[in-house]
Design a protein around this ligand. Structure first.
Ligand SMILES: [Zn+2]
Length: 161
């Protein structure tokens, strides 16, 4: 079994961070890496309070793409952080197998999406404390390194290779 540090290191190295940092460019790279498009959608925070990661974000996995839903009140770095937390779940392999059952979408959220194609809505209840912490560390580290001034051409290396 690999350590949390090793898993997070692998996840952070999987997709290079854009320099200068640009969340949309990064989402595009992550989508290309995973072969599934990713879209983000703001919803009223109260829809996420119960199920969402830290009460702020949710990963909605559909058959052919993924949607990151996040609190519309979050702005700038806070919004980036919530989205990166969900990206962390994706790159850390926290998604469920296709045939694994999951709790139904809350009806308020389900009304926003074409429900037929939804496979899983994943939030803190589904992930559990350990995976929540992993995703949060991923988001913390990515935010720090994304916003550090970096020399041109220097790779993103956290644990030295
Ligand atoms: Zn989470």
């Amino acid at each position: 079994m690999t350590s949390m540090e090793a898993r997070i290191g692998d996840a952070t190295r999987a997709v290079p961070l854009p320099n200068p940092w640009n969340l949309n460019a990064y989402l595009g790279e992550v989508a290309a890496y995973r072969g599934r498009s990713i879209s983000v959608r703001q919803v009223p925070g109260e829809m996420l309070a119960e199920r969402g990661c830290r009460g702020k974000g949710l990963w909605v996995a559909r058959t052919h793409d993924d949607i990151i839903v996040y609190d519309a009140d979050a702005i700038d770095r806070n919004a980036d952080h919530i989205i990166l937390h969900e990206i962390g779940h994706m790159l850390l392999g926290h998604g469920k197998a296709e045939d694994e059952p999951t709790a139904p979408m809350p009806t308020t959220l389900a009304s926003l999406f074409p429900s037929l194609s939804i496979q899983h809505a994943l939030g803190r209840t589904e992930f559990g404390a350990d995976r929540e912490q992993e995703a949060e560390v991923f988001a913390d580290m990515t935010m720090v390194y994304a916003t550090l001034p970096r020399k041109k051409g220097r790779g993103f290396r956290l644990f030295g290779r």
